[in-house]
Design a protein around this ligand. Structure first.
Ligand code: UDP
Ligand code: MG
Length: 310
């Protein structure tokens, strides 16, 4: 029987954990596969861990406890790293992702997909501002990055064995999981659902953390901001050179009424232009160095055929 592990990051979720556990377990019972649950306590300060420990009495439940709060991306990584066999589903503990949908994710997985993500068709309980900023983020990511993110998709998804193996090879420290899930490729598909408001407790994402996450997403999947420096530098340098030439020409033709002005202007503009260009050049190398330092694998192989393909 195929094995499926449900990975649940939990940070101060004591108020919803029991309800969540009950709903997931009910769903797992309906699946015709061997399924287990792995909680990752991300350094909770309430009694989340004690509750998880109690749930571990069930042999299908396992748990990890991080030494402190490392953030959801790290908690997810820890959980997914621990899944050494079979596929995994990532789901939030706050019941915003309906556990019942796991059955649909599994159906797509069994139909041959490697990454099955759940796309929200509604964002109930979220303010207009949150919806607007989320939309703006997805649009700008699409424009700037070579890894387009599927819109309105959180971390709720299923990853097949080979998708997990691929993900495990991405060891970069700035982890924007949504992007990494997409970057690995393989056959991906979406299942849509209605996102419910958080059942209890409160979101750990305030605007400050969301902005940080957005910046992380943009900077780890795009060097467009560095490119911008190159183009602004190039434009400013070109303008400076042309204007410098014009000031010099004017001085040669009509003399130098304000003594020293043309030479000063030419020197300032020339140096300014050169500096901006040099910054752009540094930016280009920095961008390459950055891509290099992420040490991402160059490719993943999806299929092999024939004796020579081994
Ligand atoms: N979470 C975590 N570590 C954190 C923050 C959140 O493991 O530092 C977990 C949290 O327990 C929940 C999931 O990540 O299971 C999503 O968090 P939240 O509901 O606060 O985010 P939102 O749904 O508002 O995006
Ligand atoms: Mg939530």
């Amino acid at each position: 029987m195929p094995l499926l592990t449900i990975v649940v990051p939990a940070y101060n979720e004591s108020s919803v954990l029991a309800a969540f556990h009950q709903r997931v377990m009910a769903t797992l019972d309906t699946l015709s596969l061997e399924a287990c649950l792995l909680y990752v306590d991300d350094g909770s300060s309430d009694d989340t861990w004690e509750q998880i420990e109690a749930l571990c009495a069930d042999p299908r439940v396992g748990a990890l406890r991080l030494s402190r709060n490392f953030g959801k991306e790290a908690a997810l990584t820890a959980g997914l790293d621990a899944v050494t066999e079979g596929a995994a589903v990532v789901i939030d503990a706050d019941l915003q992702d309906p556990p019942e949908l796991i059955a649909e994710l599994v159906a797509q997985w069994q139909a041959g997909y490697d990454v099955v993500y759940a796309t929200r068709s509604a964002r109930a309980g979220e303010t207009r501002l949150k919806r607007f900023t989320a939309a703006a983020f997805y649009r700008s990511m699409e424009a700037m990055s070579e890894t387009p993110l599927p819109r309105d998709t959180g971390d709720f998804r299923l990853l097949s064995r080979r998708a997990l193996d691929a993900l495990g090879q991405l060891r970069e420290r700035q982890r924007f999981m949504k992007g990494l899930f997409t970057w690995i490729g393989f056959r991906q598909t979406a299942v849509s659902y209605q996102r419910e408001p958080r059942r209890a407790g409160h979101s750990k994402w305030n605007y400050w953390r969301l902005t940080q996450l957005a910046i992380e997403g943009i900077t780890s999947f795009s060097t467009a901001p560095l490119r911008l420096a190159t183009w602004v530098g190039l434009g400013a340098a070109a303008f400076a050179f042309v204007y410098g030439l014009w000031v010099m020409l004017k001085a040669l033709l009509w003399g130098d009424p304000v003594r020293g002005y043309p030479t000063l202007m030419v020197v300032i503009l020339f140096l300014g232009g050169v500096q901006l260009l040099a910054l752009g050049v540094i930016g280009e190398y920095l961008g390459r160095n950055y891509a290099e330092s992420k040490q991402r694998p160059l490719y993943f192989i999806a299929e092999r055929r024939g004796a020579r393909g081994r």
